[in-house]
Design a protein around this ligand. Structure first.
Ligand code: ZN
Ligand code: FE
Ligand code: FE
Ligand code: FE
Length: 167
């Protein structure tokens, strides 16, 4: 967005900006997951990250379909929020020197990402619906449901094994 001009003047502009923001974020998340997979020594956690990486590729594809439905080219807009969440995760990983504690840290970092995504997709589904674009809303809702499921899976992994092993 331009610094000297106020480019967002309608709910539709705001929706487009949010879509570009999330498109940028999903691409950054996709780039971050391989390092998390590599660091995860808990088998369930590693498998969960691998599954979510594949899901994330599908989510990027759905976002591209939303851009297409809106007759626009897929375009990312740098999102400082996801940059900060991912940087915090990388910083934390570089400071942890124990395998079991690393798994706990990875769950926490990943859940921060999922919660970011849940809030963004929730907002975009509501805006798409308000704008009369149920076609876009239903694609975005599929991504929202996957993020919620990923978050719940992480909670289960933490509570059933990872946290206990590190305690
Ligand atoms: Zn922007
Ligand atoms: Fe995602
Ligand atoms: Fe943003
Ligand atoms: Fe996710």
């Amino acid at each position: 967005m331009g610094f000297f001009t106020k480019d967002i003047k309608s709910l539709n502009d705001l929706f487009m900006h949010g879509l570009q923001d999330l498109y940028y974020a999903e691409n950054q998340i996709m780039k971050s997951l391989p390092a998390m997979i590599e660091k995860a020594t808990n088998e369930q956690l590693r498998a969960g990250f691998e599954k979510h990486l594949a899901e994330t590729e599908g989510q990027v594809h759905r976002l591209r379909q939303v851009f297409e439905l809106l007759d626009t080219e897929p375009k990312g807009d740098k999102c400082p929020a996801i940059e900060g969440i991912l940087k915090e995760g990388r910083d934390l990983m570089s400071e942890i020197g124990d395998e079991d504690v690393m798994n706990v840290g990875l769950v926490a970092a990943a859940q921060a990402v999922e919660h970011y995504e849940i809030t963004r997709y929730g907002t975009l589904v509501a805006w798409a619906t308000q704008l009369g674009r149920s076609d876009c809303a239903s694609l975005l809702h599929k991504n929202l449901d996957e993020e919620k499921a990923a978050d719940q899976k992480l909670t289960a992994i933490a509570e059933k094994s990872v946290n206990r092993k590190a305690a």
